[in-house]
Design a protein around this ligand. Sequence first.
Ligand SMILES: [Zn+2]
Length: 287
Amino acid sequence: MKWEGYRQSSNVEDRRGSGSGFGLGGGRISAGAIVIALIGGLLFGIDPFTMLSVITGGGSMVQEQGPAPAAPPGDMQAVFVSTVLADTEDVWTGLMKQENKTYEPPKLVLFRGAALTACGQGSAAMGPFYCPEDQRIYIDLNFFNTMANQLGAGGDFAQAYVISHEVGHHVQNLLGISDRVNAARAGLPRSQANSLSVRVELQADCLAGVWAYHSQRSKGWLEQGDIEEAMNAATQIGDDTLQRRTRGTIVPESFTHGTSAQRTGWFKRGLQTGNMTDCNTLGSEKL
Ligand SMILES: [Zn+2]
């Protein structure tokens, strides 16, 4: 991706150097903890906090207290995230305008280890997530190292896909989709609630594809291999691939994000047309 030199977003909140400022400290999460979270299919989850309690026994994940080190100057990874976020703002402002809606961009919080959110305590072990209550995306940039080194999903456009997937959840929130689905999930048996989650996640993948389509049309900043990086990331974080990797077998009823084939398929669908109406995973018979 030829991303350098473009506008950066003013909606990034950098909490990395603040010792979190919330009395949580800069807890470091081990790679093992991240893998455990991934087993739960939590990656990019809409409801990660339940899982957090499972892992930590109630939110005691923070292992070290004290201020996190300040962000190093010339932090290219943070600049990259900010640049991609800015582009999602441009694209979604335009797309919402076509629907006679105003796009209110989300904030994006950079944190280390743990973060207090309006949805509860967030943890790096959950991977990046979106909290609809405070309309913020939370990312510990170490996750991108985990993606590259442990999940075999490196590359700048793989990271852009992750960011735009989270922005997709924000779009779902603005459109009232998240509320409707959460209401529908309540009271459902676990497996049915999970299958609704899958539809929401695949829609976020499709919306990430829609973003990529319009982003490339306006900036032409993709390079050879970029699309493959995103497709590979979607493959590596498919529920079936993650479960096979972490425990050797798959349990389809426990899927919350969709299989590798489904995730790549829906991302591709959004990417091919750039049309939001092609992302109707909730009404689609076949995923
Ligand atoms: Zn998600």
